[in-house]
Design a protein around this ligand. Structure first.
Ligand code: ADP
Ligand code: MG
Length: 708
């Protein structure tokens, strides 16, 4: 770490061309193919293929004083070697030094090894010493024959992830070559200004990479294994910085476009004020805060790109409505999209009940509409007569043309796949002006802070962190499936008291047909059991119109018990429903369970959510059920979920296109992430020429998704 900091300005790795692919220096094609399997395509990839752990072969311990139960290296002369047949075939060698002796046992061995480990040979063994029947022994240690007075290595031995057909040694050699030549080329030149590395006390990149491949024996091995050594810090920082840079860069590019300026109007006669007066509740403090963040964005002449996060039931719809009004008040249209028809329909009802008294026409785009009706509605959108449109995203992607679209709202955005979401961004709709609409995305999946800072760095984030008053928390019960009878009795009671109930059928991922069949038979069974009550059924395959009709009946209280597949997961709002039964809860993910449970507890009544599970439970399923039982706060559940599954799985659809982190750990490296975040903005402002080289080095072509 002693070398002087390179001059960042003049010694760039430059364009992708200089990051030459591996292979120019005559790497055998078979090895190249193996490297590809390890996702190594360039020399830089090789240099960044950092060890997963280290072995300490830099010192030798006298056999007689070697501690037991720990990996150590010993050196001695083979005094005896024998192939033993009982209890099973094995090669046993006795090795001696001045302080004592031990046995090496090899259970799998080649004939050639019997020869190379002949008596008189001097060997070094690396392994754990244990006490066997015949005294100290090492089973299958790493064993090397020592030639002459070969000296001990000065650096710890790096151990790399390898793949079948590519040995440690081969890979190690390749990496070594690359690193040697990097002394004379710009492969590892700095891409981070010295001012920044200095501020965070980070070592030079080239030294860091060299240290991590060949750490000196002075460095405590724990610092390396735990990845807390400064050299690791530097690598992680650079990786986080690359991620921040690529996302902030795209954020800025999108942001540089023009959007209609939608001014805030708050006069007595403004739509905003008339709307607020007709509401029968006040906004929570958290809602007010996010409303003002959004409102400020809308008034800017650049497109808003904001993600609104709020737990289920936190009241995001009204926030969207207020944003839509701000557009409409400025004579711009707004569009609200939902991932399912049920949810879109519900939004349509709610928003038209709010907006029509104000004289605003709301258009409803539905998949089950007659062609003629649809044409009329599209005409109303195109002429600007209908100022608000509601529908599923699919309906918007078709031939809908807006008169003057100022704002799009995407509800439950986490439900959309990454591709869809990107298509929705900015160019999802045709309209007659060059302006880009503002965009508000809403999500009920709370995301832990560091994850959000990292993977949503290309968005501004607003958070609603409180629920409207007067909600009573939902009590969760875990019951084995064998206690179905008790559950039936409970439903009976609830319905008699005028309450409504959801029964959620198991999710069967392998087969939609099977899932449907299960839902049907559950429905029939419950319909027979509760002859005094109306039982309804809603599932994904129901035509949209029927779905809507069933939901409407449930909402009006004509249906007491609603049997549903997980289609009700998102957004459904029926305050009188206070009991939910979820079958085979062990098959569902945490966020799904949390979302489902959020359908009850929306009224003033104490609500109950019964999770039925089938034994035996897997370890992870048990853990999940424990978490959902213990916690009601969505952020806490998300945090636990992240811990259980790791960021890749946790982010679901988004992960498929996003560069995942190889070295940094969001839970442990929060401080580095904060540093990388501000460094990214500083680099974009003051060192723009370093941005591309840095991104290219760390992410290569893994940033395509952002260019959509
Ligand atoms: P989500 O954030 O899950 O989309 P909704 O917007 O569906 O939540 O709101 C849930 C319920 O809470 C709705 O019935 C809504 O009218 C009601 N609500 C929203 N904000 C408030 C508030 N400030 N006070 C009381 N009720 C509210
Ligand atoms: Mg909602």
């Amino acid at each position: 770490m002693q070398a002087a900091q390179n001059n960042a300005q003049s010694d760039l790795p430059g364009d992708a061309g200089t990051i030459s692919p591996v292979g120019v220096s005559a790497v055998n094609p078979k090895i190249l193919e193996k490297l590809t399997r390890l996702d190594i395509h360039t020399e830089m990839d090789l240099a960044l293929h950092l060890p997963i752990r280290y072995e300490d072969e830099t010192r030798v311990c006298p056999i007689g004083h070697a501690p037991h139960g720990r990996v150590v290296q010993v050196e001695g002369v083979i005094v005896d070697n024998e192939v033993v047949l009982k209890p099973r075939r094995q090669l046993v060698c006795r090795i001696k030094d001045k302080s004592g002796s031990l046995c090496m046992r090899l259970l799998n061995f080649y004939g050639s090894q019997v020869k190379s480990y002949a008596p008189g040979k001097r060997v070094r063994l690396l392994g754990e010493i244990r006490h066997g029947f015949f005294g100290a022994e090492m089973v299958h240690p790493k064993c090397r024959v020592v030639r002459g007075n070969e000296s001990l290595p000065a650096a710890l031995t790096p151990i790399y992830t390898v793949t079948a057909g590519l040995a440690q040694k081969t890979l190690g050699k390749l990496i070594h070559q690359i690193l040697i030549s990097s002394r004379h080329n710009s492969l590892l030149a700095e891409t981070v200004p010295e001012k920044i590395t200095h501020r965070y006390q980070l070592p030079v990149l080239k030294d860091s990479i060299l240290t991590l491949h060949y750490p000196s024996s002075e460095i405590p091995i724990e610092l390396l294994q735990s990845r807390s050594h400064p050299a690791w810090q530097r690598v992680k920082f650079d990786e986080l910085l690359a991620q921040q840079l690529s996302m902030r860069l795209h954020y800025r590019q999108r942001r540089s476009r023009t959007a209609p300026q939608l001014h805030q109007k708050r006069s007595a006669q403004s739509l905003h004020n008339r709307f607020m007066q007709q509401l029968d509740f006040d906004l929570t403090i958290a809602q007010k805060k996010v409303v003002s963040e959004i409102s400020r964005d809308l008034a800017s002449k650049h497109p808003m790109q904001r993600l609104l996060q709020g737990d289920v039931g936190s009241g995001k719809t009204i926030v969207a409505a207020i944003a839509a009004l701000q557009a409409i008040e400025n004579a711009y249209q707004a569009a609200i999209m939902a991932p399912t028809e049920i949810l879109a329909e519900q939004h349509y009802r709610k928003l038209s009940s709010w907006f029509e008294p104000l004289g605003i026409q709301v258009a409803w785009l539905s998949g089950s509409q007659k062609k003629k009706d649809r044409q009329l509605i599209q005409a109303a959108i195109e002429s600007g007569e209908a100022m608000l449109s509601v529908g599923t995203h699919a309906l918007f992607q078709e031939q809908v043309c807006f008169h003057r679209l100022g704002l799009t709202v995407i509800d439950e955005q986490h439900r959309f796949g990454v591709q869809q979401r990107l298509a929705l961004r900015m160019k999802g709709m045709r309209q007659q002006s060059d302006c880009v609409p503002h965009q508000l995305m809403m999500s009920a999946t709370p995301i832990p802070r560091t994850l959000s800072m990292s993977y949503f760095a290309d968005l501004d984030v607003s958070i609603i962190d409180e629920l409207p008053p007067g909600r009573s928390p939902v009590m969760t019960k875990l019951l084995a499936d064998s206690r179905r009878e008790d559950v039936i009795a409970r439903i009976q009671q609830a319905c008699q008291r005028g309450k409504q109930v959801y029964w959620v059928c198991p999710l069967i991922e392998e087969s939609e047909a099977l899932q449907l069949q299960t839902a049907m038979s559950t429905y029939e069974y419950l319909n027979r059991t509760f002859s005094d009550f109306n039982v309804g059924l809603v599932h994904g395959r129901l035509p949209a119109q029927e779905k809507a009709a069933v939901m409407a009946e449930f909402k009006q209280g004509d249906i007491q018990l609603l049997v549903a597949t997980t289609v009700i997961e998102v957004g459904v709002d029926v305050p009188n429903a206070s009991l939910m039964v979820i079958e085979n809860a062990e098959r569902m993910g945490l966020s799904q369970l949390h979302q489902l449970r959020g359908r009850v507890g929306r009224g003033a009544d104490a609500s109950v959510c019964i999770l039925l599970f089938q034994s035996p439970l897997s370890v992870v399923a048990r853990e999940r059920l424990k978490i959902i039982f213990k916690h009601t706060d969505g952020f806490e559940i998300a945090r636990q979920d992240l811990r259980l599954r790791g960021p890749g799985e946790f982010l679901g659809a988004r992960q498929s296109g996003i560069p995942m982190l190889r070295f940094a750990d969001l839970e442990l490296d929060g401080a580095l992430l904060t540093a990388a975040q501000s460094a990214a903005d500083e680099m974009l402002d003051n060192y723009p020429e370093l941005v591309q080289p840095h991104i290219q080095r760390w992410l290569g072509n893994k940033t395509e998704y952002l260019r959509v």
